[in-house]
Design a binder for this molecule. Structure first.
Ligand code: 4AD
Ligand code: MG
Length: 460
């Protein structure tokens, strides 16, 4: 059985030969003595047109096939230079692998994304999700290629962890207690969190583990699931999402930004080359500016602005914001989008944030107020990457962690890295789903996750 991908990508080789294909019916139109099926097999975006005739013994069965039925078709592939599609399959045999029922929800009409979220087991069969999830897969591959080509070592950091890598207290607890013994909240007298006697949670970031490997392999990256128990019910937050976290020893903030920009351009270029049909579809039905935007990003340099400069720009426009901007405040999505969509009109790196709104591990700048942090903001989404140069000075790091009332014992391993051959180093985290949203034009994180886990939702 030949995949449609092979046929579409080297069609001339198949013209006038007999082929057998398999797939699911997308549409079926029959006239008195012949009919057209379009079928998709999932290996290629564009469906194949199949023509069948009443000289076939099961003509009536074929004519009755509903959308969604699974079939195996043998026939001759004919070039059709005058028709809408370049070729069609003149069927000699259509055998029905699995018929479908008339209540199949995905009939040939457009369904809303909200409705499709209620059928996560069926939505991968639609055009939109065929495009999104193939691109998601390609982006993952491109990310691995990018780092592997540059000699980065892929580290599998743990999912169950004992320390809060971001110090933000947004951890899901892991416990081996029998279900009936788990108290619902901390006020309960029996409250206990344990993993065979130790307090543990699901990881919010692989960074701290990644840093230990960077101090051995120099350049490393992680790529895995991360979990945040933040109660953010927005279009760009999920409780379970994937993150890519490169970490580089002997690197400063400049190096971090250089790799981040290079990586984003590389993956966009990869998808432009490898998913043209999918991007064309998304450009037509999801976001009319998608292709132009992606092509533009590959060509132009990202903008750069310091947090302090950004606050100056933003506070002049305070009238238009729900949250007013002043130095020291965290930037909200509306501010991030204003900067990238109205001011710079392209991706922008914002650097040197106030230390009080950033994580404990970021390197203190000479001004004593800001840290060597960088966020990459993109139009349509806002923050897609968060990174920094790390504090590599044992004393300064210890002081900061004490200020933040952190339990130093839990972080001994992390402090050790600053005792034995400490190097300047840094890295970033790319939110994988945000990258997929950016490259597909989808505006809700629930529509780029195969099975989204968001506030109040954990189906399937
Ligand atoms: O900015 P964050 O919290 O940074 C870190 O976790 C660092 N340890 C990264 C590092 O320096 N190694 O998260 C990084 C990125 C964000 O920019 C965002 O794209 C994504 O992860 N992200 C989320 N994506 C979806 N849902 C959520 N709840 C997310 N929280 C963060
Ligand atoms: Mg961040």
């Amino acid at each position: 059985i030949t995949g449609l991908r092979d046929i579409f990508l080297s069609k001339e080789e198949f013209f006038d030969t007999e082929v057998t294909v398999s797939g699911w019916v997308r549409s079926n139109r029959d006239s008195k003595n012949f009919g057209f099926l379009t079928i998709s097999d999932g290996t290629f975006f564009t469906p194949l047109q199949v023509v069948y005739h009443d000289n076939m013994e099961n003509f009536n069965e074929i004519a009755k096939l509903g959308v969604g039925a699974a079939v195996i078709v043998t026939g001759r592939l004919l070039a059709t230079p005058d028709a809408k599609q370049d070729f069609e399959l003149q069927a000699t045999v259509v055998s029905v692998e699995g018929d479908t029922l008339p209540d199949y929800p995905l009939q040939k009409k457009r369904h809303s994304l909200e409705y499709l979220r209620t059928i996560p087991h069926l939505r991968p069969r639609t055009n939109t999700f065929q495009a999104v999830f193939r691109i998601r897969s390609q982006i993952a591959f491109a990310i691995h290629s990018f780092f592997q080509e540059r000699g980065f070592v892929y580290v599998h950091t743990p999912i169950i962890t004992a320390s809060d890598a971001e110090g933000a207290g947004e951890m899901f607890q892991v416990t081996t207690l029998p279900l009936e013994n788990i108290p619902m909240h901390e006020g309960c007298p029996d409250y206990k969190e344990d993993f065979f006697g130790k307090k543990t949670s699901l990881t919010v970031s692989g960074q701290l583990n990644g840093e230990t490997f960077a101090q051995a392999f120099r350049d490393i990256y992680t790529f895995g699931p991360t979990f945040r128990a933040e109660n953010s019910n927005t279009q760009r937050h999920a409780a379970e999402f994937w993150m890519i976290e490169p970490e580089m020893a002997f690197a400063d903030l400049e190096d971090v930004m250089f790799i981040a920009e290079d990586m984003l351009k590389y993956i966009i270029q990869y998808v432009l080359i490898n998913a043209p049909e999918e991007l064309e579809f998304l450009n037509q039905f999801v976001d009319k500016e998608l292709l132009a935007r992606l092509q533009n990003i590959v060509k132009s340099d990202f903008a750069r602005v310091s947090y302090t400069e950004a606050v100056e720009l933003l506070s002049k426009e305070n009238d238009r914001f729900d949250y007013k901007v002043e130095w020291g405040c965290d930037l909200q999505t509306e501010h991030e989008r204003y900067l990238t969509e109205e001011v710079f009109k392209r991706p922008v790196f914002v650097t040197d944030y106030p230390k009080d709104i950033k994580a404990f591990y970021m390197k203190l700048n000479e001004d004593g107020k800001t840290v060597a942090a960088v966020d990459c903001l993109v139009p349509g989404i806002g923050e897609i990457i968060g990174g920094s140069q790390r504090e590599d000075d044992l004393e300064k790091l210890t002081k900061r962690m004490e200020e933040m009332k952190m339990n130093l014992e839990e972080y001994q391993f992390y402090l050790d890295l600053r005792k034995y051959g400490s190097t300047r180093h840094g890295g970033f985290g790319l939110g994988f789903e945000r990258a997929v949203m950016y490259i597909t034009g989808m505006s809700n994180i629930r529509d780029v996750l195969p099975f989204p886990r968001t506030v109040g939702n954990c189906e399937l």
